[in-house]
Ligand binder design. Structure first.
Ligand code: TXA
Ligand code: MG
Length: 341
């Protein structure tokens, strides 16, 4: 299959391009498209066969449910069977935006979307291309991140191409995503709402509207990827959100510097993501400055890991960012990227 790349400026959307992508979606095909977090691989969420094609293209285990993207609250309400007050309040504050709510599913949602479960995850993305595509397709779009299962999520069309070229018919290229990390997933289908995946919206922001929120607790077995349905083969997803090179997390700058020196001495090529800005021209070393703040770090992280994989470094060394709510999602992704197989 040839993968077609269609470029559209998010600020001046070309309706003809959106229509070509929407026509594919209406015909039951899959299309990769930008959101404000990462690129998604979309299919008509109400069409079993179309959603199945997403699982095949990604190599995604069928017990991992996918997020459904809609254009507004009324479309969200059509795919759920309960819409609690908290959902209303969260939607008013955070939609369109990087918050995914898990709610009891409506009968119209195929079980392939929910991995056989009784709940569905839904969000309204804050990206003009995504919203235009959903509206033109005339259907909610089931869309996991547009990468081979287990690999780092794509924040540029080129990342999607590298992962899925030849496996999908079309990529809508709307430039770099601004957020850089996936949405926060909150479960509202249980009596005490809880965070299933930390993301761009912090726990503190959510707690202002949901005071009894149960915070995110990292899984003791990362293989479960916080999914409602247990994996049949634990360990399958042990390395999730992971680049090809082995990632080592070091507690601080000083220990990272020592580790880098050791690896260089052994003759390995090393990529080093650092929050300390410095020029370092040692051979075999690519030192990458990640900026000082969490927003910049999140926006850069996946692109920098993709870059290092493209170069083909042997090892990636990362300094663990500080504790603190605004770093929670980043720490979660770094932890998963570095989990040994
Ligand atoms: O930012 C994002 O969320 C991106 C963009 C494309 O929207 N999407 C994304 O999708 O990251 P994906 O499939 O890579 O991650 C979806 C997460 C998974 O951890 C999955 O287990 C969880 O959401 N999830 C989906 N449906 C669920 C459900 N019904 N119950 C619990 N967790 C669910
Ligand atoms: Mg993903």
């Amino acid at each position: 299959m040839k993968t077609e790349l269609l470029v559209t400026d998010p600020h001046h959307i070309d309706p003809a391009i959106i229509e070509r992508a929407a026509a594919l979606l209406r015909a039951g095909q899959v299309v990769a498209f930008p959101t404000e977090t990462v690129y998604g691989l979309g299919a008509d969420a109400l069409n079993d066969a179309a959603v199945a094609a997403v699982f095949v293209a990604k190599g995604r285990p069928s017990n991992n449910p996918v997020i459904v993207h809609v254009a507004d609250v009324s479309a969200a309400r059509r795919i759920v069977s309960d819409w609690p007050t908290a959902a209303d309040q969260l939607a008013a504050r955070f939609w369109p935006g990087p918050l995914t709510m898990v709610l009891p599913k409506a009968p119209c949602v195929p079980v392939i979307v929910t991995a056989g479960g009784a709940t569905v995850a839904v969000r309204v993305p804050a990206h003009p291309v995504a919203l235009a595509l959903i509206r033109a397709a005339g259907a909610p779009l089931a869309a996991p991140s547009a990468n081979r299962s287990g690999y780092i999520s794509p924040t540029r069309a080129a990342h999607v191409l590298r992962s899925l070229a030849g496996r999908i018919p079309m990529i809508l290229d709307g430039g770099s995503t601004t957020g850089g990390l996936e949405s926060t997933v909150i479960d509202l289908s249980v009596s005490q709402p809880r965070i299933l995946r930390p993301g761009l919206i912090s726990e503190a922001e959510l707690r202002s509207l949901v005071p009894d929120l149960e915070g995110f607790s990292p899984p003791t077995n990362p293989a479960h990827e916080q999914s409602a349905a247990p994996l049949r083969s634990p360990g399958q997803l042990a390395r999730h959100y992971a680049p090809q090179a082995m990632v080592e997390l070091l507690p601080d700058h000083r220990s990272a510097a020592a580790r880098v020196a050791t690896l260089l001495d052994r003759g390995l090529s090393v990529g080093w993501l650092s929050r300390v800005e410095d020029v370092d021209s040692r051979a075999n070393l690519r030192r990458v400055w990640m900026g000082a703040g969490a927003d910049t770090y999140a926006a850069l992280l996946y692109a920098r890991l993709h870059d290092l994989d493209a170069v083909g470094v042997d090892r990636i060394i990362i300094e663990l960012p500080p504790a603190g709510d605004e770093w929670a999602a980043i720490r979660d992704r770094l932890r998963r990227a570095s989990t040994a197989e």
